[in-house]
Design a protein around this ligand. Structure first.
Ligand code: HEC
Ligand code: HEC
Length: 379
């Protein structure tokens, strides 16, 4: 088995390496196998069929968007395709989110949420050129003029804001602003580092038409300030400190965990999901299996299930060719719920892999329960 992997190692390793900072090339679609999903952009067909031919940078940004972002934020950035990923193409959002805000959100992500850090600085797959193209693409969706919120001054009371928050906001954003199935978090340090008081106040006052975020413009001006003050107080410490450098990703020959072990026995829910606990037990019993981390490579580097290989959902095409086809169990996981891991498992099944499953609760459950976690060095 491992011999077969060795034969293809040279084809596979550069793919793993393509997310590393040393690799100058952008992860453009492999020329030999263009991805169908990118063809709309290649033909210049804009998201809204806007008529005018988009500029090259917007075209490139759209292709990049479709490959890396549409899974969660939707085909046209309308949001809510998965994982409460918000409507980043919404004109009301784009009117207050300036380019620097967008660039920081994409580069640094919101670790601890399903929003990965996509920038090279965090072992993500996107270099500055691609991130700029994404910003240009999102900007091309802005149909409302930018609102200048830079001069907005806020003077509010956290205490008064707390009462309003409990009454008006908790049901969607959670008690501590941690977010929910329906709404983003508003507590992440990466958000607070880049968001202005004016952005917060404008969003609360006007809401985000077309999304569940209501407008609270009927509240007195002072209450809006109080809410901003309270939202500011919700900023939490970074979830997990930067990890020390860890091991490089497993090579082809090491993809199978416990190659000489017995296969595990899994009972799947809905023919798809295996409980995290069953996987943890199987690891303890040295069972033979493959575990794939379906998230962006930056998330793999931050922390992953020991032995798991980075197998980001946007790079399935060629990587799938390297997996064993001998009935070995192949499990995929991501951050809960199952957007990225579900996509990987669907793709593997459509390619005829037999024993595949999604690790049900995802990596945050795994980490929160103190199951073993490994750190990764740059892939
Ligand atoms: C696996 C799902 C997922 C993928 C893939 C994903 N995102 Fe996100 N994104 C999210 C979620 C969820 C949030 C909200 C995070 C939170 O709760 O703070 C988010 C937040 C954002 C924000 C901040 C929005 C705001 O209002 O503060 C931006 C900008 C963004 N994403 C852009 C992108 C881009 C561009 C890509 C592709 C390179 C991408 N995302 C890929 C899930 C995803
Ligand atoms: C019915 C659910 C709901 C309620 C109630 C609600 N929100 Fe929101 N809020 C959302 C959603 C959904 C978004 C993201 C909208 C989008 O797609 O851009 C959001 C976005 C936000 C944002 C911008 C976050 C970002 O990353 O850009 C802020 C700030 C915010 N809400 C504050 C509040 C405050 C303060 C209250 C109470 C006064 C409140 N929200 C009540 C659903 C809600």
């Amino acid at each position: 088995m491992s011999r077969r992997f060795v034969l293809v190692a040279s084809a596979f390793l550069p793919l793993l390496a393509c997310a590393g900072p040393a690799e100058p090339a952008v992860p453009a679609p492999p020329p030999a196998a263009p991805r169908a999903v990118e063809s709309p952009a290649a033909t210049g067909e804009g998201p809204a069929g806007a008529g005018a031919t988009p500029s090259p940078i917007v075209t490139r940004g759209r292709a990049t968007y479709l490959r890396y972002c549409a899974l969660c934020h939707g085909q046209n950035a309308e949001g809510y395709a998965a994982d409460h990923a918000n409507a980043i193409g919404n004109p009301a959002f784009l009117a207050v989110a300036d380019d620097a805000f967008l660039r920081a959100a994409i580069t640094d992500g919101r670790p601890g949420t399903p929003m990965s850090a996509w920038g090279r600085a965090h072992e993500g797959p996107l270099d500055d050129v691609l991130i700029d193209s994404l910003v240009a693409y999102l900007r091309s969706l802005a149909t409302a003029p930018a609102v200048d919120v830079s001069a907005v001054q806020v003077s509010g009371s956290v205490e008064r804001g707390r009462a309003l928050w409990s009454a008006e906001c908790t049901r969607c954003h959670g008690e501590r602003g941690e977010g929910s199935e329906v709404a983003t978090s508003v507590s992440h340090p990466n958000f607070h580092r880049t968001v202005s008081d004016g952005y917060l106040r404008h969003t609360i006052e006007h809401g985000r038409p077309g999304t569940p975020m209501p407008a609270f413009g009927h509240l007195p001006s002072q209450s809006l300030d109080d809410l901003v003050a309270f939202v500011r107080s919700l900023e939490h410490a970074p979830d997990r400190p930067s990890p020390p450098p860890g091991d490089p990703p497993p090579g082809i020959a090491d993809l199978v965990i416990n190659p000489t072990g017995q296969p595990p026995r899994f009972t799947l829910r809905e023919d798809r999901f295996v409980p995290s606990e069953a996987v943890k037990n199987a690891l303890e019993q040295n069972r033979r299996m493959v575990i794939l981390d379906a998230r962006a490579t930056s998330d793999w580097a931050l922390g992953h299930i020991p032995g798991a290989a980075p197998f980001p959902f946007y790079d399935i095409e060629q990587m799938a060719q390297q997996l064993p086809r001998d009935g070995t169990w192949i499990l995929a996981y991501c951050a809960c719920p199952h957007a990225a891991s579900g996509h990987v498992v669907d793709e593997l099944r459509s390619r005829g892999f037999e024993h595949t499953a999604i690790i049900d609760e995802g990596i945050h459950f795994w980490m929160d329960h103190g199951y073993p976690v490994a750190r990764g060095a740059a892939p």
